[in-house]
Design a binder for this molecule. Structure first.
Ligand SMILES: *Cc1c(COP(=O)(O)O)cnc(C)c1O
Length: 426
């Protein structure tokens, strides 16, 4: 921990709660103080003391092109000369909307917002208006942003009435959120059979990246699709992380499942603040001003954010982009698995496309409960060892890591050898 970062963190703590503008950035789960960043380029970030790190956080997912990609930078510079926001329509919004709809055929229309949180909040409002029902089902360990009703998580049992996870969330909001275990189709089945008349939507991350990387078991998403269809329940895929990450068309393309609505964010903003929600025509036509469901935003469709998103998707749509990126990720994950084996450390590594997570356990991870049984103390020591060696991974066991198209074979080799060195010391 450098002196400069420590000093900046102390200063930040005096004026910002916990010194950070998003809790995940603090090093609470791993100890120590967060590193303060000066600049970033390609696969690397540099702290205020000039120390270089290979970055596997990538701003928590958006930067699939790596930092400061020349196409994005150049387009942004040009856009900047024309002003930063108009609060009036631009062709850029239609262009990005078209690109998104082309990528995800499940969507007929899409509305831009400013964050993933906003996208999910708005999609749920639309689903409730469309079905004229109030309750929603979510899965434990899935993160859908910090809107009140979505901070609820399950107590014990197959399904419980939501209890507020955070103070400040009224019981009356939380009680409309029913929570189940990810991958537990049987529990979902019985809850839906029991409550079908009151459930507006089921929302899920199709592959869960906010409890590490928990993949849907064979048949889970198919079962979810069939069940919701049967009962007129809106199925929402929260693809804020997986959209344009695990495939150009997101997890819905990778798994071949068509949700009724989709939430996006992260990658579609190319590193600028963006979210989007979209879906079937008859649901999306309910959104104001076409319909009565109100949703608005001063900076929604911001020209700089649209520009960064368009440039990012242009690069991603080039032939071979995902194949190369996924091959690189396989190189990394195979190397990391092998390093753990050689160092004789129990671990399970999961990946989908270019997102991955390695847990310190020898049991399979299928849901939040199993994820929580991994050894987080060992993870904390692993994190510190990697940080020291110039490898920046998320400061929590329950986060996915990401690769960008700018990560090199040399980066991957260094990461694997550093990992082996650290694992040996655990
Ligand atoms: C990041 C994330 C969100 C929240 O997006 P913000 O832009 O941080 O509000 C919602 N859902 C999923 C699946 C995410 O990964």
């Amino acid at each position: 921990m450098s002196n400069k970062s420590r000093k900046l963190f102390e200063e930040a703590c005096a004026v910002i709660p916990g010194g950070v503008n998003s809790p995940v950035r603090a090093f609470k789960a791993v100890g120590g103080n967060p590193v303060f960043i000066e600049k970033a380029e390609g696969s690397k970030i540099y702290d205020v003391d000039g120390k270089e790190y290979i970055d596997y956080v990538l701003s928590w997912g958006p930067l699939i092109l790596g930092h400061s990609h020349p196409n994005v930078q150049a387009a942004l510079q040009k856009a900047l000369e024309k002003g930063t926001s108009y609060g009036a329509s631009t062709a850029l919004e239609t262009e990005l909307a078209r690109m998104i709809l082309n990528a995800c055929p499940s969507m007929d229309k899409v509305r831009m917002v400013n964050s993933g949180t906003e996208a999910v909040m708005s999609a749920i409002r639309a689903a409730r208006a469309y079905t004229k029902r109030d309750k929603i089902i979510k899965f434990e360990g899935c993160y859908h942003g910090h809107a009140d009703g979505l901070l609820a998580k399950a107590g014990s049992g197959a399904a419980t009435l939501g209890i507020p996870t955070s103070p400040g969330v009224p019981e009356s909001y939380a009680k409309n959120t029913l929570t189940l275990s990810f991958n537990d189709l049987e529990a979902l089945n019985s809850l839906v059979e029991e409550e079908s008349e009151s459930i507006a939507c089921v929302i899920t991350e199709p592959a869960a990246g906010n409890m590490g990387c928990v993949l849907p078991e064979t048949g889970f998403l198919e079962g979810l699709r069939a069940l919701t269809e049967k009962h007129g329940i809106v199925l929402i895929f929260d693809e804020v992380m997986t959209g344009f990450r695990v495939a150009y068309g997101g997890a819905q393309e990778a798994y071949g499942i068509k949700p009724d609505m989709t939430c996006l964010g992260k990658i579609i903003g190319g590193g600028l603040p963006v979210g989007a929600y979209g879906g079937k025509e008859d649901i999306m036509s309910m959104i104001a001003p076409e319909g009565p469901v109100y949703q608005a935003g001063t900076l929604s469709g911001n020209p700089l954010a649209m520009t960064a998103g368009i440039e990012t998707l242009k690069v991603l749509s080039e032939e071979g982009t995902y194949e190369n990126l996924n091959n690189k990720t396989d190189m990394l994950t195979e190397g990391l698995r092998d390093a753990a084996k050689r160092a004789n450390v129990k671990s399970k590594l999961y990946s989908l496309g270019s997102m991955f997570c390695s847990y310190f356990t020898d049991k399979e991870i299928v849901d939040f409960k199993s994820a929580q049984q991994s050894d987080t103390e060992t993870f904390a020591r692993y994190f510190q060892g990697m940080l020291e060696r110039g490898i920046y991974i998320a400061p929590s066991q329950f986060e996915a890591g990401f690769l960008s198209i700018q990560h090199t074979a040399k980066d991957i080799e260094k990461t694997i050898s550093s990992s082996y060195d650290v694992l040996k010391t655990l």
